[in-house]
Design a protein around this ligand. Structure first.
Ligand code: CS2
Ligand code: MG
Length: 401
């Protein structure tokens, strides 16, 4: 079998998505998510200009060799744009391999290790009572774990507070500007989780996303202040470019740490894993080189008792979620899968077979990934320039969003 065509499909059913579709001479096709929030066209161009010409004529069955070719052959390695493009190719080739084998991809990854994939949802609120209502909504739908984000009084636009039915941080045009005050935030968060624990008891899994905004010692202070509430994890407590900063957090608190949604290769997390500085690695299929590479990350993590906790925001398409679930259900060290349901528009553009039930997602059972893109429908939603917000401290200096 040979690859005879490959095309990049950019569509915007409410938000931008980039998809790679690979076509084989047998007629079998495979799809891969290539969406990078706020930088979608960079990946589309990388694929169209630098990857697709090299794919035509290749044997689609040679997934590892293609991965190595795209990684080593570029000379310029790593980075979110490159690795999202590599991920899209890799994911599409696994889709093809599953279809040719007549098996759902998880069967090619060693078969089921669990009945279903436990997920967590995103509860939020402008106030603590609003957030308690939001948590109650997820509990009523069977969620066993919930991320909780609450606006910080006096700090408009706090990260993660959803004002729309489906949270979408990117806005049309140039970036919105948010304001941040670490002292206000650190003073407020413990009261949020004291209230949630008091209301929902000790069993419910609680998570919180710090979103890269603290210094290591501030993150250590936050982790210690949250210990009475036994969080499942504190996410992205500090920017991870300098992994040794996580040693400071580890020295001061037992609150579990999750990092990795912005990681794009195993090299981003190897030290964090091998020094046991984190408890969950959140890298995901679309941004970390696809199924082939993400499996390597999780296998390394398993040696150090680090579990997966893959990113699953709405700016990752149903193709990424479909692929993630095949990995999630098969790997031995699965931890938790983030799940933010897409809009009905998006689900129509990306028909898929995964299903939510009682706190779990279940991958499709059909051959391949169990997802596709309706190209005709996708064409009705042209790309719309959009950017993620930026974040400034109250004195105007740039901070991390
Ligand atoms: C967030 C993401 O879901 C999360 O954990 O960190 O929503 C993140 O803000 C977006 O994916 C950025 O595009
Ligand atoms: Mg996050």
């Amino acid at each position: 079998m040979r690859i005879v065509d490959a095309r990049v499909i950019v569509t915007c059913p409410g938000r931008n998505f980039v998809t790679l579709k690979i076509v084989c001479d047998s007629g079998v096709t495979g799809v891969g998510d290539a969406t990078l929030n706020g930088r979608e066209l960079a990946v589309a161009a990388y694929l169209s200009e630098h990857v697709i010409p090299a794919l035509i004529g290749r044997d689609p069955a040679r997934i590892e060799d293609t991965w190595q070719y795209l990684y080593r052959g570029a000379y310029w390695r790593r980075g979110p744009v490159t690795m999202t493009a590599v991920a899209a190719v890799d994911t599409a080739l696994w889709d093809i391999k599953g279809k040719v084998a007549g098996l759902p991809v998880y069967q090619l990854l060693g078969g089921r290790s669990r009945a279903g994939v436990r997920v967590y949802g995103h509860a939020s609120g402008e106030t603590i009572p609003d957030a308690l209502e939001s948590v109650a909504e997820f509990v009523s739908r069977g969620y066993q774990a919930v991320r909780v984000q609450v606006a910080v009084p006096g700090m408009p636009g706090t990260y993660g507070i959803s004002t729309q039915p489906v949270y979408e941080p990117a806005t049309a045009g140039i970036a919105d500007e948010a304001t941040w005050s670490t002292p206000h935030y650190l003073a407020h968060v413990p009261a949020v989780f004291a209230a949630v624990r008091a209301e929902f008891g000790p069993e419910l899994g609680l998570l919180h996303d710090v979103h890269h905004r603290l210094t290591p010692i501030e993150a250590a202070r936050l982790g210690r202040s949250l210990e009475p509430y036994a969080l499942t994890w504190m996410e992205d407590p500090t920017p991870a470019e300098m992994p040794d900063g996580f040693r400071v957090i580890r020295q001061h608190t037992t609150t579990p740490v999750a990092v990795g949604e912005v990681f794009n290769t195993i090299f981003d997390c190897a030290q964090l894993i091998t020094e046991r500085l984190i408890d969950y690695v959140r890298a995901t299929v679309v941004h970390a080189g696809g199924i082939t590479h993400l499996r390597r990350v999780f296998d390394l993590a398993a040696l150090y008792q680090v579990r997966s906790g893959s990113h699953g925001a709405t700016d990752l398409s149903p193709i990424c979620m479909s692929a993630a679930l095949h990995l999630d259900v098969a790997i031995p060290n699965f931890g938790l899968q983030e799940y933010m349901p897409h809009t009905a528009e998006t689900d129509a553009v990306f028909p898929h077979g995964y299903r939510y039930a009682d706190g779990f997602l279940h991958p499709a059972e059909e051959p391949g990934l169990g997802v596709d893109i309706d190209e005709e429908l996708a064409a009705r939603y042209p790309y719309r320039p959009a950017a993620l917000p930026v974040n400034r401290l109250t004195d105007g200096s740039m901070h991390d969003w």
